[in-house]
Design a protein. Structure first.
Length: 306
């Protein structure tokens, strides 16, 4: 059987590079879609041999990058304007940019579009960068572009260097209140994306799939798991004090779209609704869900803490 030809949009990002690695491990022929100014060296070191130049805000570049002659079997899209990884990123990337990418994929006849969406994004109408993912899901359906939307919870390793420094000091940094929420370790998400792009049955296409750990987490459960794995006392501690979130940040949010978006996200997650409603489907398609302790053990091993 010939290798699946998969193009990755957002390949130079932290998650995108992990998706590239997972695809290569599954024997896929990976093409990285990059901007003209993007650095390619890390991807080349990983074994990526094929590159196309494309900007999600430039329709002409996308049509060229995804042209039918390239015969891609799937596209995986993990780009995110909200995170502002480069100067040209903006919220428009998450709205118009994704529409442009869907249009180009449809025009090229790519059989499968794997979207990295967000858990419960269809319900998060007050959180722009969450809800924009759902709007892309809807647009994929409207355009009749075959797709698989993976809906992960919060990235457990969301600020890796910062988190690692805190863990070494016996602190588990928390961004939300001590409320249950869904989470995922990004190497697992990358593996699920690679499976979705290369081997998920056609019967599972045109749908959204929740992905994450076997149970939701909170500060107490994370601290307890770290204590067990590292065999030392651990304390869950808020990254931002509550009074800052309630009294100071709203003032800055009046002048910053990103700050307002972040505050709305925190408020929404703190209501307790950011949890998977269907873990059995993930188990059926991708295997047993990681437990909190198992995932934290892998995180600690990957960072040479044990």
């Amino acid at each position: 059987m010939s290798a699946k030809k998969v193009v990755v949009a957002g390949a130079t990002g932290s998650l995108g590079s992990k998706i590239v690695k997972a695809l290569l491990e599954r024997g896929a022929e990976v093409t990285a879609m990059v901007r003209a100014t993007s650095k390619r060296s890390k991807l080349e070191e990983m074994g990526v041999k094929h590159f196309v130049v494309g900007d999600m805000m430039d329709n002409a570049s996308l049509r060229e990058a995804l042209s039918p002659g390239r015969k891609f079997d799937a596209i995986v899209a993990s780009a995110a304007g909200y995170t502002r990884h480069s100067k040209s990123d903006s919220t428009k990337t998450d709205t118009m940019g994704y529409r442009n990418l869907v249009d180009a994929a449809k025009e090229a006849g790519i059989p499968r579009f794997v979207l990295i969406s967000i858990l419960e994004s269809d319900k998060a109408v007050t959180v722009p960068h969450f809800h924009n993912k759902y709007l892309t899901e809807k647009y994929l359906a409207e355009k009749q572009q075959p797709f698989v939307a993976l809906r992960p919870g919060a990235f457990f390793d969301w600020a890796d260097d910062f988190m690692l420094r805190k863990i070494k000091k016996g602190i588990v940094p928390m961004f939300f209140d001590n409320v249950d929420y869904g989470t995922i370790y990004t190497p697992d998400l990358a593996r699920y994306a690679a499976i979705a792009a290369t081997s998920l049955p056609e019967s599972e296409v045109n749908t959204a799939i929740d992905v994450g750990w076997a149970t939701p987490v909170n500060g107490d459960t994370l601290a307890a798991a770290f204590e067990k794995v590292l065999r030392k006392p651990m304390l869950a501690k808020a990254v931002v004090p509550a009074f800052v979130i309630k009294a100071i940040a709203p003032i800055f949010a009046m002048f910053s779209h990103n700050m307002k978006d972040m505050l709305e996200m925190v408020k929404w997650v703190n209501t307790g609704v950011y949890v998977s409603r269907n873990t059995e489907r993930q188990k059926k398609l991708f295997g047993d869900l990681p437990t909190i302790e198992e995932a934290i053990t892998r995180y600690c091993r990957d960072r040479h803490l044990i």
